[in-house]
Design a protein around this ligand. Structure first.
Ligand code: BGC
Length: 707
């Protein structure tokens, strides 16, 4: 539609119709006979509902997908909406739509922006074919506490990684041309702004209290970075932040998000969060909820409908609010127009069939799973010897297809490759057998078994939204299983599944090898089998530290330094009953390949604001494996006026190396990467040395003097 036409449509709208465009509801309001699997629902909202007058005015629907279902609803909407304004459909395809990729925490361990771009692009293709226009992804919430169920949806504990991967996903969803959504793309909704990942004691939806310095330096940084990819939408978060409910915070949603970070797009509330302002105790009535959220800058209200109920009277005498509503409605109409919905409101069911689970999406799912698994320990037990004739897969995950993780969207277990299926294919000449328990397994089988793969961890429904745990611990039954297997004296390795880092207890001491697979998605079993056989090498690195003990959370690599750093002395920053430091820190991950770094050269030994330094090094693959090597560069500011962490990541990249290939890498290090926020929230860097560490927290490669 031409802009003038859109403008005249806009001008013909009543206030109620405009507020309808700022209201989002669920599918079950539309078609009574819709099969349940086509419509997802969340918690019911009490209070004001939609009615036959307001329902046809609603602007968007969430949780419905598939050409058939969305077309039905769109048809009903267009036959009842006075101005024939089509609906937008929004969905949560957090790590794939029907083809499911590893969970985001797993994907982040690849440190591979282009992989996440590809995953998002393939997801967008399936979504768009299924009638979806907006994806509620990526989530760039910085996380440090493994008890929080939603760490599985995050990119871990580092701000650069969370921001960079978030940015890559937004580009993949929306298409490469900045600001213009391609024909097989969807609009991205970056969430949950802001600091939702730091709830008190890891309890979902709990309050967040962080200093403003920590907010801008750490928690807000990933969104700030991801926003550079111009997501069309941002979702405001459920939590309160430093005493203000975010949904009602003009400071967070207007001052920080729009004015400071320059976000020009639409802000949508989280599910029912506008009406939940009453539960926060910042509003007494739904009317007040509507007023607070609209004033703060929430453009679209998700699920509750206080805007439709109270908006018209609130707008009557408030020119400022009218202006806000007009601006928001105009953006909604523009987005609909950008999708060409006024001309083509329906999805093409034939195209949908062709697009879903395409061969290249499945291949990508396998590649993504290969890069997401992290080899945490290996004393040589892996890869499994090619001579192995009898392989036993043991434990709860040996043959399950439930490897998709939380937010599995429309992914189907029956399409998922289990570990047993993957191993049978990978070891065609061996006998591969699966047992849930040792007791189930015949002694004759155990006697001459060549390798036992013990599967441990948490089932997928132990993490995700509303699934926090009081302790992030490996279940006792799995620790017992490991002890029993250890007692057999047979070669074994462990393969773990979870949506969060888990404390492993003393099992780790005796465990010969441990491959952490998160939830690896549709092709998980094939990818893990290839890693176990050595057909491919593990390359993932942790983006979230593993605690030694469930009580040792939050634990993260860039904790601020202490005047009494942890050491043997009890008068140091440590627990008296636990070893120092994380069990496996951020960045840890082993490989079968032999990768070496050499010829490390810094172009200068001083750095100023205007004169960056170049870091050059060679990276060599001395093995027969094709590798995707995450390369991480850390800094250590020897002395600053404010307390800084011991190590901070300043750059990362995933570098592909063919067998025996050597690559020269050149990175620019600039002042902005090294500086920090002072007490007045200004970026500063005092004169003095900064040490650099490459490929590991302790591998110092030199230092530069800041002037
Ligand atoms: C979650 C969001 C999600 C929304 C819509 C909420 O409960 O916090 O992440 O996008 O529901 O499903």
């Amino acid at each position: 539609m031409e802009k003038e036409q859109l403008r005249s449509l806009f001008e013909s709208m009543t206030w109620l119709e405009k507020l309808g465009q700022l209201t989002q509801t669920t599918g079950q309001h539309y078609v009574a006979d819709m099969p349940e699997e086509m419509v997802e629902t969340g918690p019911e909202m009490d209070g004001i509902g939609l009615n036959p007058v307001t329902l046809p005015m609603v602007g968007s629907v969430l949780g419905v997908s598939g050409a058939e279902a969305t077309n039905k609803i769109q048809h009903q909407n267009l036959s009842q909406n006075r101005l024939k304004i089509p609906l937008l459909f929004m969905h949560d395809a957090i790590h794939g739509y029907i083809t499911i990729y590893p969970v985001p925490l797993g994907l982040s361990c690849s440190f591979d922006n282009s992989l996440l771009f590809d995953v998002a692009q393939a997801t967008a293709r399936e979504l768009r074919a299924a009638g979806i226009h907006v994806n509620f992804s990526p989530m760039a919430d910085l996380v440090r506490d493994a008890r929080w169920g939603r760490v599985v949806e995050s990119f871990g504990e580092d701000r650069l990684v969370s921001g960079g991967l978030g940015q890559a996903m937004i580009q993949g969803y929306q298409g490469l041309e900045q600001g213009k959504i391609g024909p097989h793309n969807v609009a991205a909704c970056l969430k949950h702004f802001a600091a939702y990942g730091a709830p008190l004691a890891g309890k979902d939806y709990a309050s967040v209290d962080v200093s403003m310095r920590e907010f801008f330096a750490s928690y807000a940084k990933p969104y700030e970075i991801a926003l550079q990819a111009n997501p069309k939408l941002v979702m405001s978060s459920f939590n309160s932040l430093n005493g203000e409910a975010v949904t009602a915070s003009n400071y967070i949603l207007t001052h920080v998000l729009r004015e400071k970070f320059g976000f020009p797009g639409l802000v949508i509330s989280d599910w029912g969060a506008v009406a939940e302002l009453k539960n926060h105790g910042v509003a007494q009535s739904d009317r007040e909820c509507a007023e607070l959220a609209l004033t703060a800058g929430v453009d679209i209200e998700m699920v509750s409908s206080t805007y439709l109920a109270y908006g018209p009277e609130l707008l009557q005498a408030d020119a400022e609010l009218q202006e806000k509503v007009n601006a928001a409605v105009w953006k909604v109409l523009e987005l609909k127009n950008e999708f060409g919905l006024f001309e083509t409101p329906y999805a093409d069911a034939e195209a949908e069939k062709m697009t879903i689970m395409q061969h290249n999406h499945l291949e990508l799912a396998e590649q993504a799973a290969l890069q997401s698994c992290v080899l945490l320990k290996n004393n040589g037990a892996l890869p499994i010897s090619v001579q192995a004739q009898k392989i036993l897969l043991l434990g709860e995950f040996a043959q399950t297809q439930e490897l998709l993780g939380a937010w599995q969207c429309k992914g189907r277990f029956e399409d998922t490759v289990s570990l047993l299926q993957g191993m049978k294919k990978e070891f065609p000449h061996a006998e591969v057998h699966a047992c849930a328990t040792l007791e189930e397994c015949q002694n004759s089988w155990l006697e001459d078994v060549d390798m036992i793969v013990v599967t441990i961890g948490e089932t997928w429904n132990r993490s995700g939204e509303g699934h926090s745990t009081v302790a992030a611990d490996m279940p006792d039954k799995h620790k017992d299983l490991l002890r029993k297997v250890q007692g057999l004296g047979k070669p074994y390795a462990a393969v773990a599944f979870s949506g969060r880092p888990l404390a492993l207890g003393d099992c780790i001491e005796t465990m010969p090898a441990l491959l952490w697979c998160w939830y690896p998605g549709t092709r998980g079993g094939s990818a893990i089998a290839r890693l176990l056989s050595g057909a491919a090498t593990p390359s993932g690195r942790l983006t979230m530290s593993f605690p030694r003990h469930a009580g040792n959370v939050p634990v993260y690599y860039n904790e601020p330094r202490s005047g009494r750093p942890a050491c043997e002395s009890s008068y140091s920053s440590r627990y008296q009953d636990c070893e120092i430091g994380p069990l496996f820190p951020f960045g840890h991950g082993l490989s079968y390949a032999d990768i070496t770094y050499s010829k490390v050269v810094l172009s200068a030994n001083t750095i100023t604001k205007s004169a960056p330094v170049q870091l050059q090094f060679c990276i060599t693959n001395n093995s027969n494996y094709t590798c995707k090597e995450p390369v991480l560069l850390f800094m250590h500011d020897v002395a600053a006026r404010m307390v800084r962490p011991d190590r901070e990541l300043i750059a990362y990249r995933c570098i592909e190396l063919k067998p025996y290939e050597q690559k020269t890498v050149i990175w620019e290090i600039n002042w902005g990467q090294l500086c920090y926020l002072n007490a007045s929230l200004e970026p500063v860097l005092e004169p003095g040395p900064v040490k650099l560490f490459l490929n590991g927290l302790d591998n110092e490669i030199g230092s530069i003097e800041c002037c």
